[in-house]
Design a protein around this ligand. Sequence first.
Ligand code: TXA
Ligand code: MG
Length: 321
Amino acid sequence: MAEIGQNIFEAADFLRQGKLVAIPTETVYGLAGNALNPAAVALIFETKNRPSFDPLIIHVSTVDQVPLYTEQFPDQLRMLAARFWPGPLTLLLPRKKNIPDLVTSGLERVAIRVPDHPLAQGLLSRLDFPLAAPSANPFGYISPTTAAHVEAQLGTKIPYILDGGSCEVGLESTIVGLEDDKVVIYRLGGLEIVEIEALVGKVIIKDHSTSNPQAPGLLDTHYAPRKPFFLGELEQLIEDFGKRKIDFSVLSFEGKFNHIAGQRQIILSKNGDLKEAAAHLFAAMRTLDETGADVILAELMPDIGLGKAINDRLRRAAAKA
Ligand code: TXA
Ligand code: MG
C-alpha cells in the first residue's frame, strides 16, 4: 500500500527514481511523475488506465520555468499567467522538443500550470524537472479531492501519497489557449470565465470534450460515478423514482428534502454558495457512489460563475445513465 504523509523529501526521492507520487493541488489531487522521463510518463498512463491520446498537464513551480518548455509565450496568455498563477489555470503553449511526445500525445502544444498548494510548491521547487500530473483517479472516474480518495483507488499502485488535506477549489483547472490570436477556453474549471474576460476580453468557449479538446465529441462521459446518475428537476425525479420503488439518493445544490433520510441526501452548499458547492462536489459524488442508494439523483446549479463548470461535470456524470 502507498505510504501517506507530508514528507516532500521522500516524495522527491521517489520522483527522481522515476516512480509516481500523488500530490495535492488546490484543484484536485494529481498523479505525478517526471515529465521529462518517458518511462515515468508511460507509467502514469498505465497506472490510470488512460488512453495514450489524452495528453497530460505539466506542473512547474513558477512562471519563470515556462520558457524552458515552450517556444513562445504570447502576451495574452502571459497576462493570464501573471494574474492567476499560482492557481487553477492551465495554458496551452507551443511545446519545445524536450517535452516527450507521450506527454502531449504528439500534439504541438503542451499544457502547463503552476499549482497553488504549499506542498506541491515545496516539492516542485526541489525538483529539477516538471511534473506531469493528470487527476489521480482511474480514467473516466471522479477526480480525487482528498488523500483518502487517492488511496481508495490507486493505493496499491503507487508508493507515496502526499497528503495536503482537502482541495480548496475542488474542480480541475480551466484550460486556456490561443487560436488566431483569440483566447479559447477548452475546459471550464476552477477559474471563472468572467475573471479571464476581465483581463483579455471576450473569449471563445470550445468545451467539446473534457478529455480531448483536440478531438471534439470524444468521451462525453467523464467524472462519472459507477451508479446511474440522473440529472433534472429534483422534486420530479424524486417522485418518479419513488413511484418506481427504486432506491435513490439525492445530490442538491442548497435545498433540503425533508421527507428523505439524512444519509440519503447531500446538500452541496446550504447557503447557496457556488464556491462551497464546487469544493464539495466530487467528494459528495463519491460518497453517494460508495454508500447510499442504487441510483443518484442530482440537479443543475445556477448557470453562472463556477456553476457553469460544476454543471459541465454533472452533465458528464449523467451522460452514461
Ligand atoms: O486541475 C487540474 O488541471 C488537475 C491537477 C492535477 O493539476 N489535472 C487534471 O489533469 O485535471 P487531467 O489529465 O485529468 O486533465 C487534463 C486535461 C485533459 O482533458 C487533456 O485532454 C487536456 O488537459 N490537455 C492536456 N494537454 C493538452 C494539450 N497539449 N492539448 C489539448 N489538451 C490538453
Ligand atoms: Mg482527469
